[in-house]
Design a protein around this ligand. Structure first.
Ligand SMILES: Cc1cc2nc3c(=O)[nH]c(=O)nc-3n(C[C@H](O)[C@H](O)[C@H](O)COP(=O)(O)OP(=O)(O)OC[C@H]3O[C@@H](n4cnc5c(N)ncnc54)[C@H](O)[C@@H]3O)c2cc1C
Length: 250
């Protein structure tokens, strides 16, 4: 089989009810919630950027869904960790801010996984807070010694994260310092200054939809990176509720 084949899998979807077991502050603007449930014994998530649906009651009482990344899970222990970016408004961010040990949350999925093989010469992962769970998970899952460069935008130094990597991880952080989360310029400037390793690399991007599009255009058109080795997704859209664009390739 040739190198760099992306494997797509479907999973049985099931709705599960989780109980919140632990809460941790990830800097000032993210909250890590660790859930537990016996039903997690057969939870499957094969790719670092998989997503699950979280079900919340909206202000008007309807059930609404939002996409989140299974940051870490342990089927033997029956635990699942989800990291929430805390932003201004929305049922998910509201729920995560107020959540207390013992609260329950319903989840569905993941419905499928697109597994990027661990056979590239290097990886470049770019994103904002909403992307850090997938970025952190991939950094922690990559093989020992493979170069992986991350470029993350966060509010300030207190929001930078550390990942337990076996890979040769270099983390670059830029601080928003008052600019909007939908402003691509900070990431674009930082990207222009990076020196990428030689060989064949995989570039993964997720951020606000407009930011993700601008970054993808830079990587593809300015850097000339092969399109099939780039995955770019809009994880949210400025001013719109539940408006992830997912893959920008579709
Ligand atoms: C595949 C996938 C995986 C994702 N994984 C995660 C994850 O693990 N952790 C995580 O925190 N997010 C993740 N996201 C992003 C998350 O689904 C969205 O941010 C979602 O809109 C949050 O829902 P909400 O109810 O808080 O806000 P919504 O009701 O959807 O939106 C309310 C308002 O907040 C704005 N907004 C939404 N998200 C953000 C944000 N991150 N920063 C600033 N403003 C925002 C919207 O533009 C809107 O104006 C993921 C998205 C996708 C597509």
């Amino acid at each position: 089989m040739s190198r760099h084949q992306i494997t797509r899998m479907r999973h049985d979807t099931r709705r599960r009810t989780l109980t919140l077991a632990a809460i941790e502050a990830l800097g000032e603007h993210m909250r890590r919630l660790v859930f537990t449930a016996p039903e997690l014994h057969d939870f499957v998530s094969a790719a670092a950027d998989d997503h699950i649906k979280l079900f919340f009651a909206s202000d008007s009482g309807e059930t609404v869904m939002r996409d989140f990344t299974p940051r870490r899970f342990d089927t033997a222990q029956g635990t699942l960790t989800i990291d929430f970016a805390l932003h201004e408004a929305g049922p998910a961010t509201q729920w995560a801010r107020k959540a207390q040990i013992g609260d329950t949350l319903d989840i569905g999925g993941p419905r499928g996984s697109a597994v990027v093989p661990d056979d590239f010469d290097w990886y470049l992962l770019i994103g904002d807070e909403s992307a850090l769970p997938a970025i952190g998970r991939r950094v922690e899952e990559l093989r020992a010694g493979v170069p992986v460069i991350t470029l993350g935008v966060v509010n300030g130094a207190a929001d930078e994260q550390h990942f337990a990597a076996r890979a040769a991880w270099t983390g670059h952080w830029v601080h928003r310092a008052g600019t909007g989360a939908d402003d691509a310029s900070l990431l674009l400037d930082a990207l222009a200054k990076l020196t990428l390793p030689g060989g064949e690399g995989f570039v993964w991007i997720a951020a606000e939809t407009g930011v993700a599009k601008a970054l993808r255009a830079h990587v593809q058109d300015t850097l000339g990176h092969p399109r099939e080795w780039i995955k770019a997704s809009g994880y949210w859209t400025r001013g719109l509720a539940d408006a992830s664009d997912k893959s920008l390739d579709g």
